[in-house]
Design a protein around this ligand. Structure first.
Ligand code: BES
Ligand code: ZN
Ligand code: ZN
Length: 489
């Protein structure tokens, strides 16, 4: 629970108080009492201002003993919104480790900073909320998350941003939901079950929801999608979410890859590469959570979400390398690698969504290629779009939310690597290089002239290492990015 309240006078606090200090002693607290506490703390523990360092202190200088958590901001010259977010995440994690249930945060002034108080406050609240997340569906965490995080601000700020705490909490809950879905094991999120879970939450927000089943997919000739689910005993689903019809005919479509487990199919992955493949539905999780979040925030926009859900398994009924199928668009596809399955389920979904809803903008999120991780590492997504304005807007939202997107090319001449003599297109590139690019080019063949962006989130969907704002596991990448984009678009 996140609360924004007026700083009380006279000052009194029964729960741990989180204070921030920087190495150059240039960020100040308006309140001379707090400023003095920081000065004393610096004397007691000179290293306390190092970035993300947390120091617990007992302040007995007044009648009321005060527990203080001092968090270092590092050097103030390089201080930015992202550091503030991380520092608050780190603070909350330290409080959790010390079995504390509640905390109050007072942010310093940051005078002279180029960021608005609203941006600083939102980043701090996000860091606190995201840092408070733990995956607890299968095992109680050793130390429970905080039950209340309170921010104290001057009265004018509290009055100017009456809904900021609520809004930030809704956005972070969206990211947490996506994390939960990604962290959930594949035995508990088979396509039919995950579809139901998404639909249940969506209907609770009055989002129009359709779960389309295998028969419908067969009737509608979703044959590239069905080729992926063919090897699994679990039937596929396509979930369609529609929010905000009353906000007009301009539609933004969001599509998320939902492979609930990617074994590779007959092109079976090695044990090691298969290990984390429960995360291969992170695009689906991000898109579903984004639409739920947009509804909870009552954003005045018309959104359509399409979430194809399949399991990619090897068996006697699996698609064989070399098989050719007629996609929903009518194009024939030669499936030369059953492990390049994401592009197959997205191809049918993209062509269906574009033909049915005629969106102005279409964005897909997918854990599509290992090649994208080779290029950009684990923390940056690959952004493919021939629409400069859309691309810039997403990059800017990536900067603001620290869900970074890096622009990647869609070179026309690379299309030749997807050519095959026997079908319109192959799902496997004939070149062993540039796999993220050829995967994006494959998708683009099903998009035609809609303003479209593809975000390859194979890297940032999952974190092998805990960060200040996320434990090891699903990161919820995409929810904060897309919400920021949708709010500002
Ligand atoms: N789901 C994987 C991509 C992936 C890899 C996501 C690592 C997250 C972490 C995707 O379906 C896949 O297997 N891609 C292949 C494509 C290749 C067979 C053309 C890849 O990247 O190796
Ligand atoms: Zn695969
Ligand atoms: Zn995959």
């Amino acid at each position: 629970m996140l609360i924004l309240e007026t700083y009380p006078k006279p000052f009194s606090c029964t729960e741990p108080l989180v204070l921030l200090c920087d190495e150059d002693a240039s960020v100040h607290y308006t309140d001379p009492v707090l400023q003095d506490r920081i000065r004393i703390a610096r004397l007691q523990s000179p290293a306390c201002a190092k970035s993300e360092k947390t120091t617990f202190l007992l302040d007995t200088s007044s009648d009321q003993t005060l527990q203080i958590l001092l968090v270092g901001l590092g050097k103030s010259a390089t201080l930015d919104i992202d550091r503030i977010r991380n520092v608050l995440g780190k603070a909350i994690q330290a409080l959790i480790q010390n079995h504390l249930a509640e905390a109050t945060v007072v942010l310093p002034e940051f005078s002279g900073s180029s960021f608005s108080r609203a941006d600083i406050l939102q980043a701090a609240m996000e860091g606190a909320c995201l840092g408070n997340y733990q995956f607890s569906l299968y095992k109680q965490p050793e130390n429970p998350s905080l039950t209340r995080i309170r921010f104290w601000e001057q009265p004018d700020i509290v009055q100017t941003f009456p809904n900021l705490a609520e809004k930030t909490e809704i956005i972070c809950q969206g990211a947490a939901l996506a994390r939960d879905w990604v962290n959930m094991p594949s035995n508990d999120k088979k396509p039919s079950r995950l579809a139901q879970q998404i639909a249940e939450q969506a209907r609770a927000e009055a989002i129009e929801t359709e779960i389309l089943d295998e028969q419908w997919l067969q009737k509608m000739q979703f044959n590239t999608l069905l080729a992926v689910s063919a090897g699994s005993s679990e039937a596929p689903r396509l979930v369609i979410l529609e929010y905000g019809k009353r906000y007009g005919t301009e539609i933004t479509a969001l599509i998320g890859k939902g492979v609930t487990f990617d074994s590779g199919g007959l092109n079976l992955k090695s044990g090691e590469s298969m290990e984390d493949m429960k995360i291969d539905m992170a695009g689906a999780a991000a898109v579903s959570a984004t639409i739920l979040t947009a509804a909870r925030l009552k954003l005045p926009i018309h959104l359509v979400g399409a979430i194809p859900l399949v399991e990619n398994m090897p068996s006697g009924t699996s698609t064989r390398p070399g098989d050719i199928v007629h996609s929903h668009s009518g194009k024939t596809v030669e499936i030369n690698n059953t492990d390049a399955e994401g592009r197959l389920i997205l191809a049918d979904t993209l062509s269906y969504v574009l033909k049915t809803y005629h969106p102005q903008i279409c964005i897909d999120l997918a854990t599509l290629t290992g090649a994208c991780m080779v290029g950009l590492g684990e923390r940056i997504a690959g952004l493919f779009s021939s629409d400069e304005r859309l691309s810039q807007a997403l990059i800017e939202s990536g900067r603001r939310t620290a869900e970074r997107c890096w622009p990647m090319p869609l070179p026309e001449d690379y299309r030749e690597f997807l050519k095959t003599e026997t079908a319109d297109i192959s799902n496997k590139s004939s070149s062993k290089w540039g796999g993220a690019i050829t995967a994006a080019l494959f998708l683009s063949a099903f998009v035609e002239d809609t303003r479209w962006a593809h975000i390859d989130i194979a890297g940032p969907a999952y974190s092998q290492k805990a960060t200040p704002i996320c434990p090891k596991g699903g990161t919820g990448f995409g929810v904060r990015l897309l919400i920021d984009y949708l709010i500002r678009a």
